[in-house]
Every structure is written in structure tokens, then in C-alpha cells.
Design a protein around this ligand. Structure first.
Ligand SMILES: [Zn+2]
Length: 673
């Protein structure tokens, strides 16, 4: 039988695809795409936007379709076989894209078009595509001499090894520590489930009693509930000292090596610092802008944070005679204070959030805002029976998108929640080809006697991912590489985070938050509590986020070659964000995997940045009415449909009429008095 992945298809033909189809199809499609690229390279006519840049953008269409099907399955419905295929084809795909970026003849053609860009009559979107393509090459060293290119490759190889070592050390240190408890009264305060898990860990290690580790599911509840302060201190210090201990897993030198190599790389490519290099492609643009953003928030949020800290310290003193609130006291007393203030637990709220009701709720919101209709279409092929498939149409009945909703956990699905696509939106061969968008979550499955009831956190997660989904579904651009969520990553969370705001509004909750047994609408008292508890300790949380953002920018914003003492540098970088007494035994940087192992270097600020955007944008809705059609249409036309075709700050200003202002966030968080 012919390989279904090598035929053209609209919705993915899951029922026809067998695992053994993937590797041969992807290999074949890589070869086909190489051929398409060769045609561009070997063309003898002078390079133009159409015959080079646009042509290159349109190569590999079928390869993209098949790899998205494959990697989406590897996340949501995987098995040993698929994982093995992933091991086989991932290096092939990496090699393919590396070869493309190192293809000098191809770069020469793109550069010819880029250098003459003012001579063409390009649309804003075409300019963006050209810029993105050119930078894809130049940021990878295409403009460098052969000698410097060789240096760059060495730096890249060293960096990838160092990042790996950094991560291995954090993991080794996380695994190396255990806290063995043999006296039951040392467990006072811990919920039964936590105790059981610790007993289980002890049994696995052939020990009696209970064992706690530095893994989050063990560490977090211990810090939150354990009454024994000395043991909290022990566990907290062990956590904070990961890869800072004087042993073979110490990361201090690795941190210094990583930041110095990143700096060298950036300078080689013509940038002032690593942060300048990274931020060139972000909405925030420069390290100066990021630092003044963080500092402005610091100044405005610090008084509230200090007040919260003082209140918590007084609470701990009153309760247990604690004189000086330490890091290992924070979540313990915060949890107690929160209970006292709100007495709000998940079990009270869950009956109002039956999954089907929440789904109908988010669809209703999308309908009221953007006129979208969602209709189940069981004729669409699916990869698992739990997946629901919808046709999404606009008010005129025109197809906007196909939407896959895959909401329950199962073996073969990774944890967490995400949005993805099976097919990008683009305008090609004279048609506006509509996208196929998917939301994948892990909500408790219904049983014969009980429906799937969500925690409030899960409700906001569903709205969040659906916001990303709308960004994909409403995309309306020419090129797929600029479509939907293909935007700079300090802008990509705006559509998702803004949608979460609707969950806190009475007007929205009344649409769907009804008790699954009685049909009663959620009481106003609970809605108020949800809102108030959501801003609990926002000041201190903000300080924490700012401290990480500032540490990140300090490491990457200037020449780091003079730094020799990691801990001292870090303490200075934290500066005014610090609330708790300093602990010389611990170090954040040596286990700051986000920026030293993962991809967040010079990007940690974007969590807060995105919050400022979503709060400021939602404030506009609040002023005009949260279901105001005019504002919603404007949001669709200036943000959701535009993808990455225009500079994100321009998009934002087109929507909001001004640059984002942090006051709305501070107001929402209760930090402006
Ligand atoms: Zn998100």
C-alpha cells in the first residue's frame, strides 16, 4: 500500500498512518525539500524576492505537515516505537536545517535580495519575511570569514557540551540528597498523601520510615506543610546549595564559562553582549529597555512586597514566636495565612467546573468576542478516541479552522498542557488555507459515577491554551512562517494570558460555572474569594520574578570576563529585590537551569513582560465592557490575525493606542494603593 504520508492530505489521515510510514516518508521528504532548495540555488536568473525568499519559504510544505503530525503524536500519543523513530529522524532534521543555514550559495542569493530590499516594492509582511530569513543566516555566522566561522562552530560545540554538563550536575545534586526521617512526630503538619509518598520512597530505598528528596513533588509539600522548622531549614538549604557544593558536580566554573562563551559569540557576530543578541529579535529590543522595565516594576511593587513580608513575619511571630522570618519559613506561613484569610480549597470550587461546561464556556466567550461557532465533526480522523474534533466557522458560516481538543491524560501523553497545530494557516496558490489547531491538556477523566471536574487552576489553564489556540485559528497572513503563534516570544503569551482574565469575571462565570448536580450558578462570595486569593502575596511573587529577571540580565547584559565570584555577583545582582535574610550556603545561579541549560537566557523577564501586556490589554476590555465587540474585533484584527507580520510593539499600539503601561498589572495584583 502507498505511504499515506507521501500523498497530499487536508486533515491528517490518522487511521491510515502506521508507525512504519514515518521514517521512510520523512527521509523521502527531506530529499524532496533539498531538491526544491537546489532549484532555487541553481536558478540562473538574478535573485528576486519571489524567486528566492518567497520560493524558499514555500519549500518543504509536505515535510512540515508530516513532521508536525509526527511530533504532535510523540507528545500526545507516543509509544516505544514512535520514540525510537524520533531518535532516528531528529538528527536528520537537525542536520538538514543546519545544512540549509550553512549553504553559502543560498545565503548569497538571500543577501543579494536583502541588500537591495529598498529597491523592491515589498509589503510590510514581505519585508518581515525577508528580514527573518536573512537574520536566520546572519545570526548563525553566514557573514563571517571562514576563520571566524570556525571559531563560532567551536564556541557552539563547547556551549552545547557545557549546557549538558550544567544540567547533569543539577540532576546529580538533586538526586544525591535525601532526608531520612524515622520519628513520626517529625512529620507533623504533612497531609496523609505526602506521608504515604515519603514512606513509599523509603521502601524503594530499602529504608524504614520516610524519605524526602529535592524533587518538586516531595520538596514543595514539605516546605509548605512541615511544622518542624529545623527539618525545613535542612531541606531548603540542600535545595538551594545544588551544584554549589564543593564537589565534582559544582557548577560555578560552568556558569562563568557559559556566560563568557555566550559573550564571545555575540561579539563575534557584531553585538555588544549576549543580551543584545537575543533581544534583537524580541519585542523588548534592548537590555536597557528590559532593565528599566524591571526597575520600574521594582520601585512600584517593593512597598507592597515589604508590607506583605512584614505581615507574614508578624503572623509567624504571633503563631510560633519566630523572630526572623527565613526562606524556609516562607511557604509554610504563607500557606497558613492564606488558609486563614480565604479558607478556599479546590474541592469547594470543583463542582462548578464540570469540564463540558468549561468547554462550552470558552466557546461562548469566543463566540461573544469573535463570532466563532464550534461544531463537533466526527467525520474528521482522530489519533485517539478521547480527542474531540470541531469545525470552527465565522458568523457567515465560512470555515475558520479545524480544532482538536485532547483533554484527558493517558499513558503515552506527556504531562502539562499545550497548544499546537497540525496545519499552518497561509495564503498559497490563490487560496487562504485554513489552519488545524490543537489543544492538549491532562484533566481528570470522568468515571461512570462522576464527571470530569476541574480545579480553578485547570480552568485558567484551559482558557490559557485556548487563547494560544485562537491566535492560531484566527491567523490571516500570507506566509506560514509568520502565521499565528510565530511571533517573538515575549509577545506570544499575550493572547493566552489575556484570555485567563475572563475566568475571574462574574459576567463570564455566570455563563458556565454552574453546579454539576444542582445547576446552581457559582455564588458571588466564591467569585470574590477566587479574585482576592489570586492576588495573595503578589508583591513578594513579583520580587521573586524580578530577582530572577535581573540576575539573568546581569549575567548576559555586559562583558562578564571580570567576574570571578559567582555568589558575590549574584547577591549584588539581586540588590533591592531581596526580602529574606541572605544564606551564604546557597546559590541560585548554579542551579538556574532555565537560563544556563534551557533556552531562557536574556528571556526570563518575559514572564512579567507578558503579564504587563495582558493586564494592560484586558484593562481596555474592562473599560469598554469585557464582551465589547468593537474592542474584540480590534484585538482580532491588530493582534490575533497578524501573527509575526508586523513588529509586535506596532501591533500592540495599533490595538491599545499606546505603549503598554505596567499600572494595570500593578492594579490587578493589588500593588497600587
Ligand atoms: Zn502559554
Amino acid at each position: 500500500m502507498a505511504n499515506p504520508l507521501l500523498q497530499s492530505f487536508d486533515t491528517a489521515p490518522f487511521s491510515k498512518i502506521k508507525n512504519e510510514h514515518f521514517a521512510p516518508a520523512i527521509k523521502q521528504l527531506i530529499a524532496d525539500t533539498k531538491e526544491e532548495v537546489n532549484v532555487i540555488v541553481e536558478r540562473t536568473e538574478a535573485p528576486t524576492f519571489a524567486n528566492t525568499v518567497e520560493a524558499l519559504e514555500n519549500t518543504g510544505q509536505q515535510l512540515d505537515r508530516v513532521t508536525s503530525v509526527f511530533f504532535n503524536l510523540n507528545s500526545a500519543e507516543t509509544n516505544d516505537e514512535i520514540q525510537k523513530i524520533a531518535q532516528e529522524i531528529s538528527p536528520l532534521l537537525t542536520a538538514f536545517s543546519n545544512d540549509l543555514l550553512l549553504n553559502e550559495a543560498l545565503f548569497k542569493k538571500v543577501k543579494t535580495v536583502y541588500d537591495a530590499r529598498e529597491d523592491y516594492n515589498l509589503t510590510a509582511e514581505q519585508k518581515m519575511l525577508l528580514d527573518k530569513q536573512y537574520k536566520g543566516f546572519s545570526r548563525n555566522g553566514a557573514n563571517l570569514s571562514d576563520e571566524k566561522k570556525a571559531v563560532l562552530r567551536t564556541i557552539d560545540a563547547d556551549l552545547s557540551k557545557l549546557k549538558l554538563t550544567f544540567g547533569e550536575n543539577v540532576l546529580a545534586e538533586t538526586n544525591a540528597f535525601t532526608m531520612h526521617i524515622t520519628e513520626e512526630n517529625d512529620l507533623a503538619g504533612l497531609p496523609d498523601g505526602v506521608k504515604e509518598a515519603a514512606a513509599q520512597t523509603a521502601t524503594e530505598k530499602e529504608l524504614k520510615g520516610w524519605v524526602f528528596t529535592l524533587d518538586y513533588p516531595s520538596y514543595i509539600p514539605f516546605m509548605k506543610y512541615a511544622e518542624n522548622r529545623e527539618l525545613r531549614k535542612k531541606l531548603s538549604l540542600a535545595f538551594g546549595a545544588r551544584a554549589f557544593n564543593k564537589n565534582e558536580s559544582n557548577n560555578e566554573q560552568n556558569v562563568l564559562d557559559i556566560v563568557n562563551l555566550r559573550h564571545k559569540r555575540a561579539v563575534l557576530l557584531g553585538y555588544e553582549s549576549h543580551a543584545h543578541f537575543v533581544l534583537e529579535e524580541r519585542m523588548a529590543e534592548t537590555p536597557q529597555k528590559v532593565m528599566s522595565f524591571l526597575n520600574e516594576l521594582l520601585v512600584k511593587a517593593k512597598p507592597a512586597a515589604q508590607k506583605e513580608f512584614d505581615e507574614l513575619e508578624a503572623f509567624a511571630k504571633k503563631l510560633d514566636g519566630i523572630d526572623r522570618l527565613e526562606k524556609w519559613d516562607s511557604s509554610f506561613y504563607a500557606e497558613k495565612l492564606k488558609q486563614q484569610k480565604f479558607n478556599l480549597d479546590d474541592e469547594k470550587l470543583k463542582p462548578y467546573f464540570k469540564l463540558e461546561n468549561v468547554i462550552n464556556g470558552v466557546f461562548t466567550v469566543a463566540n461573544k468576542l469573535f463570532g466563532l461557532e464550534f461544531e463537533i465533526d466526527n467525520s474528521i480522523d482522530k489519533y485517539h478516541e478521547d480527542v474531540k474534533t470541531y469545525r470552527v466557522t465565522d458568523a457567515e458560516g465560512t470555515l475558520v479552522s479545524i480544532f482538536y481538543a485532547d483533554f484527558h491524560p493517558r499513558a503515552g501523553k506527556r504531562g502539562g498542557a499545550w497548544m499546537t497545530s497540525f496545519k499552518p494557516q497561509q495564503k498559497i496558490n490563490g487560496i487562504n488555507d485554513r489552519p488545524h489547531i490543537s489543544n492538549v491538556c491532562n484533566f481528570t477523566k470522568p468515571t461512570a459515577s462522576k464527571p470530569s471536574l476541574l480545579t480553578f487552576n485547570e480552568v485558567t489553564t484551559l482558557f490559557h491554551e485556548f487563547g494560544h489556540g485562537l491566535h492560531g485559528m484566527l491567523a490571516n497572513t500570507t506566509y506560514k512562517g509568520l502565521s499565528g503563534t510565530n511571533v517573538s516570544w515575549d509577545f506570544v503569551e499575550l493572547p493566552s494570558q489575556i484570555l485567563e482574565n475572563w475566568c475571574y469575571e462574574k459576567e463570564t462565570l455566570e455563563l458556565f460555572a454552574t453546579h454539576y448536580e444542582t445547576g446552581e450558578v457559582i455564588p458571588m462570595e466564591l467569585v470574590t474569594k477566587i479574585k482576592e486569593s489570586a492576588t495573595f502575596h503578589e508583591g513578594m511573587q513579583t520580587m521573586r520574578q524580578l530577582s530572577f529577571g535581573m540576575l539573568d540580565m546581569s549575567w548576559h547584559g555586559s562583558d562578564p570576563s571580570h567576574i570571578s565570584d559567582v555568589k558575590q555577583f549574584e547577591t549584588e545582582a539581586f540588590g533591592d529585590t531581596a526580602l529574606y535574610p541572605e544564606t551564604p550556603e546557597t546559590c541560585m545561579s548554579t542551579a538556574f537551569s532555565h537560563i544556563f541549560q534551557g533556552g531562557y537566557s536574556s528571556g526570563y523577564y518575559s514572564y512579567k513582560w507578558a503579564e504587563v501586556l495582558d493586564a494592560d490589554a484586558f484593562d481596555y476590555f474592562k473599560q469598554e465592557g469585557i464582551f465589547n465587540k468593537t474592542v474584540a474585533t480590534k484585538f482580532k484584527e491588530t493582534v490575533l490575525s497578524q501573527g509575526g507580520t508586523v513588529d509586535p510593539m506596532e501591533l500592540y499600539k495599533a490595538f491599545r493606542g499606546k505603549e503598554p503601561n505596567p499600572d494595570a498589572l500593578l492594579k490587578r495584583a493589588g500593588l497600587l494603593n
